[in-house]
Write a new protein. Structure first.
Length: 329
């Protein structure tokens, strides 16, 4: 392709689901606008699609009128599903059928934030790699075991792509711009965005454990990492201590000093937080949620849940329609 024969402008169609996250959408569309401005010509075009032509609301209450409904797209379009809270109810049967139809036509299809959930529900990620906001990882893995789930900020697998939401959408779009028009243009776009560190598809979503807990102690971080990996089959404090080369008493002192709680209590809180995510984000039964979080007795699970969240798992599930059940990113 030469400058005498410039390539046709690439069009992105953003399917905005009800209660989608505005931050993720904005971080995806703004790099395209800035690329056009920096290049001095139209490299990209974009449209908003929605099931309801009358309008669709983002999770912060902002409402937009879409440019199109669930109509047939052009073969070289890129279709990105913008998700957010309550993605399960937002991904209607009509939307899932539309996604399947467009994918069959060979269109590149992707998900932003929780948009990957809709793609997986439509069967478009079977045997593929994808990512989703870290808060939705466990629920997604339970619901779609046939999908290769990554913890990276974005994933591109042939004609499927996904970003974890938030600013990760910008990283994915900058990657695409670099592939279309070279890394120099992508760098100029990032500079215009005051984006000083452009991440790649090798970067992970979450902050390191020391940064998250505000403590830089290598053994403490190692134990917490083991806890997060062993939710379904919790290990004893003695086994955790042995795994990092210390005694159980030393482990107890470490947790008391830096986190003001015992290892057993910290582990229990991790398991209960995971349980709440599964209750609000999946259709798993309360018993299966309990088992997935290391509780062999439903009554013990209910007792611990009530003590920590001041409500029962069954009441939590009953109010899931009113509670934020997906990622905020």
């Amino acid at each position: 392709m030469t400058e005498q024969t410039p390539r046709r402008a690439r069009r992105f169609v953003f399917l905005v689901l009800e209660n989608a996250t505005l931050l993720s959408f904005a971080c995806a569309v703004e790099p395209l606008r800035i690329a056009n401005r920096v290049a001095g010509r139209v490299l990209y075009k974009w449209m908003i699609a929605a099931e309801e032509r009358g309008g669709v609301s983002f999770s912060n209450g902002l409402r937009v009128v879409p440019d199109m409904g669930l109509e047939e797209l052009e073969r070289d379009d890129v279709l990105l599903v913008c998700g957010g809270v309550k993605v399960q109810s937002a991904a209607s049967r009509a939307i899932l059928n539309w996604l399947r139809r467009e994918a069959r036509r060979g269109i590149t299809v992707g998900g932003i934030c929780t948009g990957s959930w809709a793609l997986a529900k439509a069967g478009l990620l079977d045997g593929r790699s994808c990512t989703i906001h870290w808060e939705n990882r466990e629920a997604f893995a339970e619901a779609f075991p046939e999908v290769r789930l990554s913890d990276r900020i974005f994933v591109i697998d042939a004609n499927r792509c996904s970003s974890a939401g938030g600013s990760a959408s910008a990283d994915m779009m900058l990657h695409m711009i670099a592939g279309d028009h070279g890394p120099e243009l992508a760098a100029q776009v990032a500079d215009q965005m005051i984006y000083t560190t452009v991440r790649t598809d090798r970067d992970q979503q979450r902050l390191s454990i020391p940064t998250r807990i505000g403590v830089r102690h290598p053994r403490l971080a190692s134990v917490i990492r083991l806890m997060e990996q062993k939710i379904e089959e919790p290990e004893s404090p003695g086994d955790l201590a042995a795994a990092v080369g210390m005694s159980t008493r030393q482990l107890e002192r470490l947790f008391r000093r830096y986190l003001n709680r015992s290892p057993k209590r910290y582990y229990m809180e991790l398991r209960l937080q995971r349980a709440r995510q599964l209750l609000l984000q999946t259709d798993m039964s309360v018993i299966n949620v309990a088992l997935a979080c290391g509780f062999t007795s439903p009554s013990h699970f209910s007792k611990c849940y009530r003590a920590y969240f001041r409500t029962t798992p069954y009441r939590e599930r009953g109010t899931a329609g009113e509670a934020p059940q997906d990622a905020i990113g």
